[in-house]
Design a protein around this ligand. Structure first.
Ligand SMILES: [Zn+2]
Length: 225
């Protein structure tokens, strides 16, 4: 992966603050109530300079294909961007070292419509049902980040391809997924299975998403292990 890829990623997703800092590392991530993380984004807050640490889990990186790692990096970078926007707009207050935080409904009053809409929609999703722990993943869908993630993966996948068994062979020969845009669109749902939009997808779409996830896990280039 070259510097162009990363600079595009940062420029694309870090529009809210050019001064935010982000660090990528590989390390251990403890499971959370039997939930196994592939990666996590840790914010620092209540310090003069905000920064974000993206950690990819060692065991995930060892076994993942390149496209899965790229997906995880982009997914976590979006988390960092959305966290940063949520902090700047006053939705998230007082992040503690263990990652817990106070959520302020509707955030700070703003004269900018886009911030008011961001805060109102996020507050709506945060409070769905008896409180919705997937609200930050819902933000991916409602603010168009999942779509961007899908397009970004499509743009960079040639760098992750196996020249001896190019990915386009799969698209050309497969009977279920025959379109590149569809392929990356289904793949972009990875990690967003708890969102309202995913829950509302048709069973056919969910089956295709699982099919693509399975393919990427087992077949996409693992030569660089
Ligand atoms: Zn996530």
């Amino acid at each position: 992966m070259n510097s162009t890829f990363f600079s595009n990623l940062i420029n694309e997703f870090f529009k809210s603050s050019k001064n935010a800092h982000i660090k990528f590392k590989v390390g251990d991530i403890p499971d959370d109530n039997n939930f196994k993380y592939k990666a996590r984004t840790y914010p620092s807050y209540n310090s003069p300079q905000r920064f974000y640490r993206v950690r990819l889990k060692t065991s995930f990186v060892k076994n993942a294909s390149l496209i899965e790692i790229a997906l995880a990096i982009i997914h976590e970078t979006i988390h960092a961007e959305l966290l940063d926007r949520s902090i700047q707009s006053g939705l998230i207050l007082n992040i503690k070292p263990n990652g817990s935080y106070t959520f302020q409904n509707y955030g700070n009053i703003s004269t900018y419509n886009n911030i008011t809409i961001f805060n109102a929609l996020t507050t709506y999703y945060k409070n769905l049902g008896n409180g919705n722990p997937q609200w930050n993943h819902d933000q991916f869908n409602i603010f168009g980040y999942r779509q961007k993630l899908s397009e970004n993966l499509n743009q960079i996948h040639p760098w992750l391809d196996d020249l001896n068994n190019p990915f386009i062979n799969f698209i050309n020969s497969d009977s279920v997924i025959t379109d590149l845009d569809d392929f990356f669109d289904y793949l972009s749902w990875e990690g967003l299975e708890g969102t309202q939009e995913y829950i509302n997808l048709s069973d056919d779409s969910k089956t295709k998403k699982d099919y693509i996830s399975q393919y990427v896990r087992s077949e996409y280039n693992k030569k660089c292990k």
